[in-house]
Design a protein around this ligand. Structure first.
Ligand code: SF4
Length: 268
């Protein structure tokens, strides 16, 4: 069963699925964070780009009213899986207002999330399409669509506090699936800034690379960009296996043997 409560914030709908065990404060904090992201204007270049794309549109979506602003994170406030992407697609999430919604990357991602039991359906086309996530939360290294899908290092740094806040709120998350090297480095950058790892140099990005000593664990995947999926660098089966692995790690509780944060500091 997929009970869905809808949290209204302006024109945007965030689909949250509180479970009985979920403290209400986290859901409230996530709504606050949602509103802060949507209202953010820290990166003038990106804000201008999102608005310009929304005004000019793509011919196929000429009848759409584009979202055209920062895209908030989305999912289950009780999630133990965090999915960290790069940034919204110009005519995908920047159009629809929901992460990985309305483009081929999202088609790929949600099929795999559905097969692993993290999504209620395999399609994600628009707000209000009925999609809900279970035990998963989708966020991004940058919340605004960048020109050529390339945020600058300064823009990624500007956006990182939102991820840091999410990691605080999801303190009991078990696994971060990083989609692509930028997401991988973004997550490690947060851990380094928090003093939880001494250096990023010992962590090598590769598809299905797992760093189980981290909390949350880090599981890397190639990004489901069209460039990767159309060339066969990332197949649907490869992405299915990532999320099946994440589900297995979560359900097996493999990280329970990991010592608490304070005793791991600077030791890796
Ligand atoms: S990328 Fe992040 S920090 Fe920059 S304007 Fe968008 S939401 Fe704000």
């Amino acid at each position: 069963m997929w009970p869905v409560s809808q949290v209204f914030s302006g024109k945007h709908l965030a689909y949250l699925m509180p479970r009985n065990a979920q403290p209400p404060s986290r859901a409230e904090n996530l709504i606050t964070l949602h509103d802060q992201i949507v209202a953010c204007e820290r990166c003038p270049r990106l804000i201008a780009h999102c608005r310009e794309v929304a005004a000019t549109k793509r011919r196929a979506y000429i009848d759409w009213e584009y979202w055209g602003k920062p895209v908030p994170s989305f999912g289950d406030p009780a999630a133990r899986l965090l999915v960290l992407g790069l940034a919204p697609g110009a005519h995908g999430a920047n159009r629809t207002g929901r992460m990985f919604t309305g483009d081929r990357s999202g088609d790929f991602l949600y099929r795999s999330l559905f097969r692993a039991g993290f999504a209620s359906q395999s399609e994600s086309t628009h707000l209000g399409d009925g999609l809900a996530l279970k035990d998963a939360w989708i966020t991004a290294s940058g919340h605004c669509a960048p020109p050529d899908n390339k945020p600058t290092p300064a823009e990624l740094r500007a956006c990182r506090p939102f991820l840091e806040r999410e990691l605080e709120l999801f303190a009991d998350a078990r696994v971060v699936v990083a989609l692509g090297k930028i997401a991988f480095d973004t997550y490690l950058g947060v851990l380094k800034a928090r003093g939880e790892i001494a250096s990023m140099s010992g962590f090598k990005f590769g598809h299905a690379a797992l760093y189980a000593e981290l909390r949350p664990m880090l599981l890397a995947s190639y990004h489901p960009s069209q460039q990767n999926t159309s060339t066969g660098k990332l197949t649907q089966q490869m992405l299915d296996e990532i999320f099946l692995r994440a589900a297995e790690l979560i359900r097996s509780g493999r990280d329970r043997a990991v010592p608490p944060r304070s005793s791991r500091r600077k030791s890796q």
